[in-house]
Design a protein around this ligand. Structure first.
Ligand code: HEM
Length: 449
């Protein structure tokens, strides 16, 4: 019997909190707009497990690092990723890796590893390097004028996706495919979840069809091609028994991967840029690290030496996790901290809440990258207290890819520019669906002499 299965002795059943329709509405709005404050308020009022019934569905919020351990380790396969994520992004990203469970998920994840092996990553790095250098050099820097950082990163990661994921300069199709891709991403978590003509979801579904068509046309040649891009690698990935993805599976994975890689990395780069703009002493420290590597272009082998960039990245991901919440769906009843929680609930854990808990972090409101240094290792206070990349079977498969890309972009930015924001500026953050600045983050860049 699974460790999580309910024992015979009676456990207290978790009861839904009783709040009127107005307060329910306030909770929904708050959870979307201010997930940290909302989680802190609920946790303080009701404890680490909070149940709500909204429009006939049961929602359970679980707080703290132990909640992440329970939901992400998923002993006894109590939780389904597919059932939770299908409700949220299933119309636009059906059958993506994150929307699969159990053996089916394990099979698809094993095949996908072909696109993330160390040797393959080195190839991506070589392809990305000149592209990042060119893109950053071309930023339209003008003295005294700010530039919006978020769209700069969005453009750059999208262009890199074309090279690394598709292995092509999109040529004449670039605008059409970029547009279709952007529409699918924008429609992934629409506020109005109905697909009637004109709505975001309707446009997203149409754009997805365009992308499916675009990929389908090329599958045959990729099955036999010699490219080292992700699309070709997934077309050719084979397991020990000779199994391969079907054409439709390759397409579903490609569309999902492009989305998973794009807004998350953009979000991380944006919050790092903001933090470094507010903390020039850290910008200088990172510059010293970068300069310490010598004058030549960055090499793949140098990445590990960029320790301080990595601490800043980890700190930015702690304070502004691109995915502030992680939804799962309970397939069976389970126990958490002495209460019994029913099957068929949407169970949400909160990286953003855990990342600010004083149980694990010293002065969590402060930007303090040294907390990740060997002397402090605050993220080791609990194996699940720092979870921007999730954990367990669904832990982000692109984690190393993301770190590589972020280090490369930061290296190049630091060498080219110094940047700042006005002293009293505070980035207004919209946490859902993926963390981003509401104002696109205006930043003042200056060329380094
Ligand atoms: C800073 C950047 C990134 C962050 C913060 C991030 C975060 C996450 C999180 C939280 C999950 C797990 C969600 C869950 O538990 O259900 C996830 C899954 C995933 N991510 Fe990332 N991600 C990032 C970059 C990337 C990149 C660059 C790629 C691809 C190159 C990628 C591909 C994926 C895939 C395919 C999954 C599904 C894994 C599975 O279900 O087995 N991600 N990511």
């Amino acid at each position: 019997m699974s460790e999580l299965a309910i024992s015979e002795e009676a456990l207290e059943e978790l009861q839904p909190i009783e709040v009127g329709p107005l307060e329910t509405w306030r909770f929904i709005r708050q959870s979307y707009q201010y997930p940290l404050e909302h989680a802190q308020e609920l946790q303080k009022r009701y404890g680490n497990a909070v149940m709500q019934k909204i429009a006939g569905r049961t929602y359970v919020n679980l707080y703290g690092a132990d909640a992440h351990r329970l939901a992400l380790l998923n002993d006894g396969e109590v939780f389904s990723n597919a059932k939770a994520w299908n409700l949220i992004i299933g119309r636009i990203f059906p059958n993506g890796l994150m929307l699969r469970d159990g053996d089916d998920h394990r099979y698809h994840r094993r095949l996908m590893q072909a696109g993330f092996k160390n040797k393959v990553m080195q190839g991506y790095f070589r392809d990305m390097l000149p592209q990042v250098q060119e893109a950053i050099a071309a930023w339209p820097i003008r003295p005294g004028k700010s530039l919006l950082a978020y769209p700069l990163f969005k453009r750059m990661t999208l262009d890199m996706a074309a090279t690394i994921f598709l292995g092509m300069d999109l040529g004449d199709e670039a605008d059409r495919i970029n547009q279709a891709f952007e529409t699918t991403v924008a429609a992934s978590m629409p506020r109005i979840p109905v697909a009637i003509p004109g709505t975001l979801l309707w446009r997203g579904i149409r754009a997805r069809k365009q992308m499916c068509h675009f990929f389908m046309k090329q599958i045959h040649s990729r099955r036999h091609g010699s490219g080292r891009d992700m699309f070709t690698l997934l077309c050719q990935a084979t397991d020990e028994e000779g199994n391969r993805y079907t054409d439709q599976e390759v397409i579903d994975h490609m569309i999902f991967l492009m989305m998973a890689a794009h807004d998350t990395t953009t979000s991380a780069l944006t919050s790092m840029t903001y933090a470094l703009a507010r903390h020039p002493e850290w910008q200088q420290r990172l510059l010293d690290e970068v300069v310490g590597l010598g004058t030549g272009p960055l090499r793949y082998e140098d990445l590990d030496a960029l320790q301080h960039i990595e601490w800043v990245m980890k700190e930015a991901l702690r304070m502004y996790p691109p995915l502030s919440t992680l939804p799962k769906y309970s397939l069976k009843p389970f126990e958490f901290e002495g209460v019994k929680i029913p099957a068929d609930a949407i169970v949400v854990t909160y990286p953003i809440h855990t990342h600010y808990m004083t149980d694990y972090w010293r002065e969590p409101q402060q930007f303090d990258p040294l907390r990740f240094s060997d002397e402090r290792l605050e993220h080791k206070n609990h194996p699940y207290c720092w979870v921007p990349f999730s954990g367990g079977a669904h832990m982000c498969i692109g984690l190393h890819f993301a770190i590589m890309q972020i280090k490369l972009v930061m290296y190049q930015m630091l060498r080219s520019y110094r940047w700042s924001v006005p002293k009293d500026y505070r980035m207004p953050v919209q946490q859902s669906p993926i963390s981003k600045p509401r104002d696109n983050l205006p930043v003042f860049f200056e060329h380094r002499g």
